[in-house]
Write a protein that binds this ligand. Structure first.
Ligand SMILES: [Mn+2]
Length: 299
């Protein structure tokens, strides 16, 4: 028996349960709107003067967390000098321990917005909960869904109702199909502006914070038209390892990077050990410039 049409709405288990059914095979991917079949060319997500998914590699850089006015202004100023257009920084920090720094919340959003405006930059920051949606919309240009929230379907539906771009990070336990289904939640709710982010998955390997699944980049690209970026900072947990993985990500075909940079990593209130200092970041950018050229990408 072959069923054609809008089969996404059918749960295979509902057919499998019937007596005499040996198996149910889905021919088409369950993610219809995110699928390459709905659109072959990579979607270009536009926000202010920035394009993600075009020929140019986009680097989103900044501290793990907004800590104070001086810190975020210093970092924004230096990144702007290096040609970075997208400033990252968390105001709500979902840390593994409730005793760790939890972020400046609205004050942090105000600070990163002001620093970004000063240097004409675009802001990406994480939305933790549906209750913060209007607050985030007020201050942030790109809303980030963190690894912990990739399965938070209520939140995915809510960010699907707005028009601002959403940066959707892969959960550390998620398959590629699960990531694409989460993207489908956002797109089917009305927001087509989704950027996917590979940020490492949890494996048996213990040397690093996570295992960067770099092969996910070409796999995702073969299945979806959505732009894909890589976060080498959270994937590795160490700035020395984040550097070669950032370079490798561009070779793997990523459309950009989300990378943690701090003016004084040793004093960072969160993720200092994986944050690049400004000098290291500058030399990485030089190499990324060469690598991008080699890959036929603008930088
Ligand atoms: Mn971080």
């Amino acid at each position: 028996v072959e069923i054609i049409g809008n089969t996404e709405i059918i749960d295979p288990k509902e057919i499998k349960i019937f007596e005499g059914v040996h198996g149910v095979i889905r021919i088409r991917e369950p993610y219809l709107l995110a699928s390459k079949k709905s659109q072959n060319k990579t979607s270009v997500i536009r926000v202010k003067d920035v394009e993600i998914g075009g020929n140019a590699i986009q680097i989103m850089a900044g501290p793990c967390a907004v800590e104070n006015e001086k810190q975020i202004y210093t970092i924004a100023q230096n990144l702007n000098k290096l040609g970075i257009k997208i400033l990252r920084g968390g105001a709500f920090k979902p840390r593994s321990s409730p005793y760790f720094f939890q972020g400046l919340e609205e004050k942090g959003l105000k600070l990163i917005r002001a620093a970004a405006d000063e240097y004409k930059m675009t802001v990406v920051s994480e939305i933790l909960d549906t209750k913060y949606l209007s607050l985030m919309e007020k201050y942030v240009d790109i809303l980030q869904i963190g690894s912990r929230n990739m399965y938070n379907y209520a939140l995915l539906k809510e960010v699907g109702k707005i028009t601002k771009p959403v940066l959707l990070k892969r959960a550390w336990s998620a398959t590629i199909e699960e990531l694409l289904m989460s993207a489908e939640y956002i797109i089917s709710s009305g927001n087509k502006n989704v950027v996917l982010c590979e940020r490492g998955i949890r494996t048996f390997e213990q040397s690093l914070r996570n295992t960067l699944d770099l092969s996910a980049v070409p796999v995702i690209k073969s299945r979806t038209h959505l732009p894909v970026i890589v976060d080498p900072s959270h994937a590795t947990g160490f700035h020395e390892i984040a550097v070669p993985m950032a370079e490798s990500a561009i070779v793997a075909g990523a459309d950009g990077l989300l990378i943690e940079v701090h003016d004084r990593p040793a004093r960072a209130l969160s993720d200092g050990i994986q944050s690049l200092d400004l000098r290291t970041f500058k030399s990485l950018l030089k190499r990324l410039h060469e690598i991008s050229k080699f890959m036929g990408r603008d930088f």
